[in-house]
Design a protein around this ligand. Structure first.
Ligand code: C2O
Ligand code: CU
Ligand code: CU
Length: 458
């Protein structure tokens, strides 16, 4: 609904049964009972107010990933929305006192998104302290798409040729139930789920927009695919099979934070948790009747392919690949710009903890204070693979491992996949909102096991 000053959405978080695997119903926790949640749409320059009601049996927190959001609406992990109904105790930890000094509400919370950011593929998901991973696993994730005039003026594929694809892995039991390693049991986990202290939790069934191994009928024309990795911990390396007879498989037009300055051709796309790559794929390069598989070079067996596109008919092409996309100002840190290092590494073996600068997340502690409007240089360093995410402020990659950033690091990023033993420097500027925000690993098991830190903007 639009009321003149804002676009308003109401979302009810509730248990639901949905058909994910053919012919069986799976219990999920869904935004509006959907898996994934409803796609919310926003327009640059328009305020969006999203009211969430919690009809689940556990506390929740809503975060808009990639949003330039006032702190009160950003979903700090202790800003809980308690269940609306009578409190039920469960082994997922509800019933105790909330951690730290959060802004705790019962039943409902309004989230205000000012809309002061360019067109981009954002997503919203749960962010409850210590329980983000299992709550997202049960279904609490959805797209939030921001559009603007710059994007509208480009001849990109649109309408049904603009397709958001939320990719995730899950595991199912014999009766179709979602399986996640019990929080108090050993991390060995049930069959079909692999979990250990290193990888986080991996499922053996890949889902796209909540469906396993789907096939999308496409016209022989160019499409825009908005690729989002909403998996807890799984990384992908996506390619097309067969490769197109001519031209690159993918032409990237946007990164996490919106349109690139100019398109970048790729023959494959790596996708770490929470990253977004928006790519153009020209199905017009294939003969009608071709089935094109989106493959995953990092998968094995059932996880080595994601979905299929079936080229079903000829079509008029009404898009082109523009030479220029959007004005992307380059962040140029001053010589004396503040510098900080965030080191992502496991605690001593056996503790099961993942740390930033040797510390566990503590919602009562502020790990850094930054000034609004400043450009800082942040160094991320890692022991293993860690998809590093910063709230509020998109960043630009200055270097990786001491070298120029690669072709996959272009544009505005909010999540950067660090490789084992790697460090990367990024330039980051903090938009208008004072308050406290997070930097964390977006491997959700690592996040829940403490790999998260707080920075304050002043
Ligand atoms: Cu996508 Cu702090 O999260
Ligand atoms: Cu985020
Ligand atoms: Cu990690």
């Amino acid at each position: 609904a639009r009321d003149g000053t804002a676009t308003r959405y109401t979302v009810v978080q509730r248990p639901a049964q949905v058909e994910i695997l053919p012919g069986v119903l799976t219990d999920v926790w869904g935004y509006d009972g959907l898996f994934p949640g409803p796609t919310l749409r926003a327009r640059r320059g328009e305020r969006v107010v999203v009211t969430h009601h919690n009809d689940l049996p556990v506390p929740t927190v809503v975060h808009l990933h990639g949003g330039h959001t006032p702190a009160a609406s950003d979903g700090f992990p202790t800003d809980l929305v308690l269940p609306a109904g009578p409190a039920a105790t469960s082994r997922t930890g509800h019933g105790g006192m909330p951690h730290g000094a959060g802004d705790v509400r019962r039943g409902t919370r309004e989230h205000v998104y000012p809309g002061d950011q360019p067109a981009a593929t954002l997503w919203y998901h749960d962010h409850r302290m210590d329980f983000t991973a299992p709550q997202v696993w049960r279904g609490l994730a959805g797209f939030h798409l921001v559009s603007d005039d710059v994007e509208d003026a480009l001849p990109l594929p649109h309408g049904e040729r603009d397709v958001p694809l939320m990719i995730m892995d899950r595991s199912f039991g014999a009766d179709g139930e979602l399986r996640y390693p019990s929080l108090d049991a050993s991390l060995a986990g049930p069959p079909g789920v692999s979990a250990d202290h290193t990888s986080g939790v991996l499922g053996d069934v890949l889902l796209v927009n909540g469906r396993p191994w789907p096939v999308l009928a496409v016209a022989a024309a160019r499409y825009r695919l908005r690729l989002l990795n909403a998996s807890n911990a799984r990384r992908y390396d996506l390619a097309l099979d067969p490769v197109p007879p001519q031209g690159p498989a993918f032409v990237q037009v946007a990164s996490d934070g919106g349109l690139l300055a100019a398109p970048v051709a790729h023959d494959h796309v790596p996708l770490a948790p929470a990253e977004r790559y928006e790519v153009l794929v020209d199905f017009g390069a294939y003969p009608v009747g071709t089935e094109v598989t989106l493959t995953n070079a990092l998968g094995t067996g059932p996880t080595d392919a994601v979905m299929r596109f079936r080229v079903v008919r000829r079509a008029r092409e009404d898009s082109t690949v523009p030479a220029r996309l959007a004005a992307v100002p380059t962040l140029r840190p001053r010589r004396d710009a503040p510098r900080r290092t965030w080191r992502f590494a496991r605690g001593r073996t056996g503790t099961g903890h993942w740390l930033i600068n040797d510390a566990l997340f503590d919602p009562a502690r502020t790990d850094a204070t930054v000034r609004l409007g400043d450009i800082e240089v942040w160094r991320f360093a890692s022991d293993l693979h860690h998809p590093v995410h910063v709230h509020l402020a998109p960043f630009q990659v200055l270097s990786r491992g001491g070298r120029d950033p690669g072709a996959f690091d272009v544009g505005w990023k909010d999540t950067l996949d660090l490789r084992p033993g790697e460090h990367a420097d990024v330039a980051v500027r903090f938009p208008a909102h004072p308050g406290r925000y997070l930097v964390h690993c977006h491997n959700l098991e690592h996040e829940d096991m403490g790999m998260m830190a707080t920075f304050a903007t002043v």
